[in-house]
Design a protein around this ligand. Structure first.
Ligand SMILES: Cc1cc2nc3c(=O)[nH]c(=O)nc-3n(C[C@H](O)[C@H](O)[C@H](O)COP(=O)(O)OP(=O)(O)OC[C@H]3O[C@@H](n4cnc5c(N)ncnc54)[C@H](O)[C@@H]3O)c2cc1C
Length: 458
């Protein structure tokens, strides 16, 4: 059968208007990574679980690769369209099915944005805690598939900690329900967690039951502390994490990032400091802020400022758009390693030392309390130079693993970082990943080659 005959067959199984071909597919091919999109055979714009099930049953029958996509804000190329593959967009599955304030959970379709869910939770004085800096547009399905982190994940956990049940369409079109609505559940394996962070390689999430937490109350103070070097800032982070009072948010930006943000949108950041910590304290009083000031100054902060509005956090959230405006993705290689917070000084010292050795600009922004750094490594368009920048990204990832951490803290491997898998997994871990993949997707049609590096069988 020709591809157009196959696509015609798929069209017959879907409601009118749910299948796009040719030029209509273009809004569904790229993501926020620098990767180059392929040309899909078609795009299914799903509205129901049944649409996804029909599409996957068709793809499985005909050995067609499938790429799931949410909002396309991913930065590792996981949602990039692939040549000849079927893209399934979940972006229009935007129903908030239920909110149960008394049980503190919500049931949502995958296309609901993170901010929309948090806004609705807020009307019950609750909060959906995971808040990637892309929360205005990132989808619940995409953030579950990548196990997204965010600013306040320091105090409330990452996306995995907020997911209690999922509806997932498996590669052959069967519909799997994992987890429960109860707060506790130990029946069987934790299949819910298996799908969190699976980057579209094990199934397509079509509904999620997520936990809500009480919205923190009390006095809110944001603070910034500027340091003459990154290592001192990182030591201050480590000291904060040793203490009894964890700030709601604790982020780090380096001098390069602060200047990119100031050039992009003046925000009052210190352009001269080597590192600036930005934090949020909730529920304390003046003495809490003074304790934080003392701690920062003890670790060498050259200035400390407190504010009762969000302008410092807003400035931090502009880091990625500011980098993008300066050629992120064309002239930069992104790295997303994470380490235990006490090892952050060593990781940052390594980044500083290697960038100085190579005379290369590296812009660092970090979910510092979580030990998760985003280092954007500058490169020219010259192929060799780009390759050396990738080598540096690999060395940072290797160092993070040596320090007890990981090659990717929240952005995932996607299609662009599979070179890091050999650093992330030993042979046994790789084999177990491949066995799980083979059990759930024996034909290898879901995101072939991506996330865990298993190619399709076709
Ligand atoms: C400005 C900016 C700031 C960012 N800040 C953060 C941050 O602070 N923390 C963070 O973690 N990330 C951040 N990101 C990265 C990105 O927003 C996250 O990875 C997010 O989770 C992706 O969600 P999405 O809906 O856009 O997913 P997409 O980009 O569409 O897809 C991401 C991956 O999930 C898979 N997928 C999507 N939906 C489904 C589904 N329903 N079922 C199965 N698989 C699916 C895709 O196949 C792909 O592998 C940022 C990105 C930008 C552009």
């Amino acid at each position: 059968m020709t591809m157009s005959a196959l696509v015609a067959e798929l069209r017959e199984t879907l409601p009118t208007g749910h299948l796009l071909v040719d030029g209509d597919m273009s809004p569904f091919t790229t993501d926020s990574s620098p990767g180059v999109a392929g040309t899909p055979c078609a795009v299914v714009v799903a509205i129901t679980t049944a649409d996804v099930s029909a599409a996957l049953a068709w793809a499985s029958r005909h050995d067609i690769a499938v790429v799931a996509r949410g909002a396309g804000t991913g930065v590792s190329g996981g949602a990039l369209a692939a040549d000849g593959a079927l893209t399934i967009s979940l972006a229009r599955m935007t129903d908030v099915v239920e909110i149960h304030p008394e049980d503190r959970f919500a049931v949502v379709q995958p296309g609901v944005t993170v901010d929309e869910l948090d806004r609705l939770a807020g009307s019950h004085e609750l909060m959906y805690a995971p808040d990637p800096a892309s929360s205005a547009t990132a989808s619940i399905g995409g953030t579950i598939a990548t196990n997204a982190g965010g600013l306040r994940c320091l105090s409330h956990g990452v996306t995995a900690d907020a997911v209690s049940a999922l509806t997932v369409v498996l590669a052959d079109g069967r519909v799997l329900h994992t987890g429960t609505r109860s707060r506790k559940n130990v029946a069987g394996y934790d299949l819910t967690r298996l799908f969190v962070g699976s980057e579209g390689t094990l199934g397509v999430i079509t509904e999620a039951t997520v936990r809500l937490v009480p919205r923190p109350r009390g006095n809110q103070v944001t603070f910034s502390a500027s340091f003459p070097d990154l290592t001192s800032a990182a030591r201050a982070v480590s000291e904060v994490m040793r203490g009894a009072q964890t700030p709601e948010i604790l982020e780090l930006i380096d001098r390069t990032t602060a200047n990119l943000i100031e050039d992009f949108s003046p925000s009052g950041l210190n352009r001269d400091a080597a590192g600036t910590l930005i934090g949020l304290l909730i529920g304390g009083d003046a003495s809490t802020t003074e304790l934080m000031r003392d701690l920062m100054e003890h670790h060498g902060a050259i200035s400390f400022a407190a504010a009762d509005d969000d302008h410092l956090l807003d400035a931090r959230k502009k880091a990625f758009p500011a980098l993008e405006a300066n050629g992120m993705g064309v002239g930069w290689v992104a790295s997303d390693s994470a380490v235990p917070p006490s090892r952050l000084p060593e990781l940052l010292a390594f980044v500083e030392q290697e960038s100085a050795r190579e005379k290369r600009t590296v812009a660092v922004v970090a979910h510092a309390g979580d030990g998760n750094i985003h280092a954007a490594i500058s490169a020219s368009s010259d192929v060799d130079d780009m390759s050396r920048a990738h080598d540096l990204a690999q060395r940072i990832a290797q160092k993070a693993v040596e320090l007890g951490g990981t090659v990717t803290g929240e952005h995932g491997i996607g299609s662009l970082k599979t070179d890091l898998l050999d650093i992330a997994f030993d042979e046994v871990a790789r084999n177990v990943h491949h066995a799980v993949k083979a059990a759930l997707d024996p034909k290898g049609i879901l995101a072939p080659g991506r996330a865990i590096g298993v190619a399709g069988t076709r």
